[in-house]
Ligand binder design. Sequence first.
Ligand code: ATP
Length: 356
Amino acid sequence: MSGITLDTVRKEFGDGEETVVAVEDVDLEIEDGEFLVLVGPSGCGKTTTLRCIAGLEDVTSGTITFGDRDVTDLRARDRDVAMVFQNYALYPHMNVRQNIGFGLKLSTRQTAAEIDRQVEDVAEMLGIEDLLEQKPKELSGGQQQRVALGRAIVRDPEVFLMDEPLSNLDAKLRSQMRTELQTLQHDLDVTTVYVTHDQTEAMAMGDRIAVMNGGTLQQVGSAEEVYRTPVNEFVADFIGSPSINVFDATVDGARLDGPGAFTYHLSDASPVAGLDTVRVGIRPEDITLVDDGIEMTANVLEPMGNENFLYATLGGQEITARIDPTKRPGTDETVSFSFPESALYLFDPDTGESLK
Ligand code: ATP
């Protein structure tokens, strides 16, 4: 087994004026046995990055190594990777046993009995041992996805590559499969790259998360790191649900003046030194309704059971706040909020980079 290293990996499609840079000089080191989640909005280059690792796309420049093996010029089938996609692509005419064992039959010289035993072991690991003689169309979505996983696991690859493998499942099954997949990956200890556009899934699953945007890697870190110390406004906005509130404020020494009644005195003005304006970010969960704070106007209250989301307006700026479920402000009611200074994010208005 081995880690994966991407060294200035670039992938362009087309030529001349039509060139699309899908992956722009990405450096990424994935540790041996790590579960790395590649996340970002549609079109950011996640799938292309994964396909480059798999060998399904040739890179335009840069190198990819597995451990100390340079695989950049190897064909997909010589890289020892197993992929699981969003559509499970099971063979409809084969039963579960044959679907799982198919790759082994092609790639190894094992006897039918040996292959059967391995298929049965993997089926048991995935809890589908009773379904071995069934055809894919007789299975639920979750069961089909398990078969697809089984087909990948049985090959005992050096690397697992997964592209939105759970997105065809309903919400409840998806969250159950997330946990199962994580447990399985840790048990098998195979280096795994998992692509999703869903930041909640990324936060829940990854040992580390790599956030991409516009073909470039924005930040790599634990869920806690990308959430609490985002490198820029894009990462702050992409990670976290509901999204962080961000607005412009003018800077006057340590004083920030934002929309409506928003005024704040920083205890330390050095992050905003030399700036006329700054982008200010506050996460919905860091806002507390208080008696004497910054006033805004309540619009809609969305009760979620154990928490309430309040949508409000602060001088024309939409603000989302996660508030104490005992507080129920009515529409157009003036409410007042505060937040701890440690929860304030400041971003450079030109570059979007974090200022502290
Ligand atoms: P999604 O979540 O929508 O699948 P993604 O982040 O996986 O998006 P990619 O599929 O990697 O993004 O696409 C990145 C960019 O490369 C996009 O602009 C896409 O249009 C372009 N692209 C991808 N594959 C090709 C191709 N075969 N030919 C031309 N352009 C492509």
